[in-house]
Design a protein. Sequence first.
Length: 128
Amino acid sequence: MKRFFLLLAAWCCLGLSAAFAYNPYAPNQFDAVDRNTWEYKAVYDLSKANLTGAPLSRFAPSYNLTRYEVTEMIAQAMKNRSKATPDQQKEIDKLAASYADDLQYVTPAAAPAQPAVQGIDFNWKGDK
């Protein structure tokens, strides 16, 4: 009987922990970005200026941009910030502030390969 109540209590704890783990207010990276928001329009304008690295076909009416795609475009625009006009730089800064939480998850571009570290060969036999 003790074992039954112990298992029942463990099962309830697991069920409650799973229920409280879901955060309905967290932004979903797969949600489509609404076309009427200022973020969408700003990213579109930056894409027309070739600062996001995204083709304009992504902004077609039949294609819904996800939050992750917009975040990637903002990250690329931040890299190309020096090519932007002062007004575009302000838009990039505004977008970066708005998407700050998401930008930390965008993987940076692959770094150039580092040459292999040359070390001393280990000779376990002790021969020279």
